[in-house]
Design a protein. Structure first.
Length: 188
């Protein structure tokens, strides 16, 4: 009687059969998702994924420059067959603008309530926010979030809904609908 030694293929097959059911099990992720990004050197921020449609790297030649717009407006861009405004978020919020003209912009496309200037059929509009860097999605539980942010800089206060303490640093949660109504975007 000969005993058959397991081969690499039978071992791999049995391991695959063992792991396959785990692939299709729903895993419950804890906390609400937030997009983490670098607003300017040394200042990270968060944005609820409820508002985020997508994040992109956009070549500068795909941005249409328009005259007579506020300095923080970079121009118009399109994605998914929709045209919308692209704003230099750090500059809009009172920080130094992104380092000169860029070859490529890191853009967060957010859904915001429509305004008298821009609205889609469903009442929402898109707004592109150019930032220094997009760092990925992270999750926070309600217990980790702070609604009061007493140390928030005055230039950010109208646009902040809260914060989260991480690695000894307070990271602010920005509110896209408030950003979309920033007075600097609508000069009189």
């Amino acid at each position: 009687m000969t005993t058959q030694q397991p081969t690499a293929s039978t071992t791999s097959l049995s391991r695959l059969q063992e792991l396959l059911p785990q692939l299709f099990q729903a895993t419950q992720l804890q906390g609400q998702p937030y997009l983490r990004f670098l607003l300017t050197e040394g200042i990270e921020a968060l944005m609820s994924m409820v508002y985020v449609q997508e994040s992109l790297i956009v070549p500068a030649e795909q941005i249409t420059l328009l005259p007579n717009l506020p300095r923080s407006v970079l121009g118009l861009m399109s994605s998914r067959e929709q045209v919308f405004c692209l704003v230099n978020l750090p500059q809009l919020l009172g920080y130094p603008c992104l380092v000169g003209p860029q070859r490529r912009y890191r853009v967060i496309v957010v859904r915001v309530p429509g305004s008298k200037y821009q609205a889609a059929a469903d009442g929402e509009a898109l707004l592109g926010l150019a930032v220094l860097d997009i760092q990925g999605v992270t999750r926070f539980s309600e217990e980790q979030l702070q609604t009061a942010t007493p140390l928030c800089p005055a230039n950010l206060q109208p646009y902040v809904t809260g914060g989260c303490q991480q690695d000894g640093q307070l990271t602010y949660i920005l509110h896209p609908p408030a950003i979309a109504t920033a007075p600097a975007l609508y000069p009189s």
